[in-house]
Design a protein around this ligand. Sequence first.
Ligand code: ZN
Ligand code: ZN
Ligand code: ZN
Length: 118
Amino acid sequence: MSVVIRKAQQGVNVQILLPMTELESHLCEMCRRFPKDPVQTLTGHRFCKDCFTLYSWEGTACKACVLENITGDDDCLRNGVFNPDNGSKRDVDKMQARCLTCHLVTSMKNMETHHCII
Ligand SMILES: [Zn+2]
Ligand SMILES: [Zn+2]
Ligand SMILES: [Zn+2]
């Protein structure tokens, strides 16, 4: 079991009841959190829309592209092309998670409006 902090800004911990290997592919390549608005690039890398916009504007290299030796204008952040990833959002919404404040177990979708978080 792993602890994944989705709402770190608000300081609330949510534990997702799945092995890390099943979560990995849904995480943003730059901040390693679940994207609120996931986007996917031509190279198949996933980001928060906000991270993508920020790092793309700054010209930062994508960490996953660096690992895969994708460089220059082929780097997904420098390339700047992305599509909304609604499939990933749907998968994450269905995941069961436990609130570490009140121990309620519910879907990530319901966690969005959970009273400990908002
Ligand atoms: Zn991010
Ligand atoms: Zn990339
Ligand atoms: Zn709670």
